[in-house]
Design a protein around this ligand. Sequence first.
Ligand SMILES: Cc1ncc(COP(=O)(O)O)c(C=O)c1O
Length: 399
Amino acid sequence: MNVPLLDLKAQYATIRAEIEPVVKEVIESQYFIGGPKIAELECMTAGYCQTKYAIGCANGSDAIVLALQALGIKAGDEVICPTFTFFATAGSVHRLGATPVFVDCDPATFNICPESTRAAFRCHRNIKAIVPVHLFGQACDLDAILAIGQEMGVPVVEDAAQAIGTEDAHGKRVGSRGAIGTFSYFPSKNLGGFGDGGIVTTNDEALATRMMRLRNHGMEPKYYHDEVGMNSRLDALQAAVLLVKMRHLDAWSSGRQRNAAFYDAQFAAAGAKDSGTAMSAGGFALRYPKPAPVGARHIYNQYTVRVPAEIRDAVRQDLADRRIGTEIYYPVPLHMQKCFAYLNYTKGIFPHAERAALEAIALPIYPDLVPAQLEHVAASVIESVRSRSGSGTTGAGAR
Ligand SMILES: Cc1ncc(COP(=O)(O)O)c(C=O)c1O
């Protein structure tokens, strides 16, 4: 049995009949940039994300650049971001000439650590924004991050690239509480386009107006430029596809939650604990994702488990041998990337992120998985962990 990490063809088969006419409609209209499909997607997304405004752009990386530029971030400024995230979070800070200030993650959720965020303000004097990430589809501790931002007088940009529709414990959608939220329509996201795409959300009219200008070369009115923006427009074909997919988004996210609950139950029955329990506590050598707090909504863009570092690659290989796709998100924390060597971070400075990079494995979680595939994945993981770690347990003190 083949279980890829993600099977977009399976998803497409269920929506082909809805997609083909809208793509044809855009082609017939020859209206490829701007136009009614973009306006409709922006309106639907603002509603979905519980914000007043949503502005489409070319991808989730540009979304972060647009957000930071609209907030006035410029060369020489410092911007906090987690070290355990996809590269774009920090790459977008760098693109503005600003300096990323990295902080550690919470070992239970992989999300940005508030204590580490607070500590960064003690060592850096020029921090002008915080960019927390809602990693893998789970809300970070936004109450804590917003409180730090307020206390320090800096805005929060929520990198929600992986988290459209995610809710915090108050039932608030991500991207609605910070100054700006940023999203990606990369095909592997819960709401993915047929190519690149992104969107920003905000409740602030002035920021919305500025981002609308910035995504179109800073132009307003036509051919007049008070500031330099970029070409970062979402195209109408993507918007047409995304509007169709939006109708299915909640059902797809529920399917991911159902699959996650199945894995959780299988792993717990095998003796595994959730990631709120450190690997060093011993027991079965597997940690499944810690359940989201009551009231919160985790959309499981990824389902990431931990196994001890010394068996992680062997477990991955066992799964590959059984034709099960996995991935490591992320093998190198950003403070250890060569391109950021000039920032002089030392190995060991962010132990939780460094540990996560050695222990994490993402398993197939997409909603189209059938029960036999889910059973195959769960059984294969359990069997591999059991055989690779001797008794299947990791003793106290194990990494
Ligand atoms: C956390 C995070 N931020 C930003 C991005 C960038 O999005 P895009 O690939 O659309 O530029 C991604 C994409 O994977 C992401 O996962």
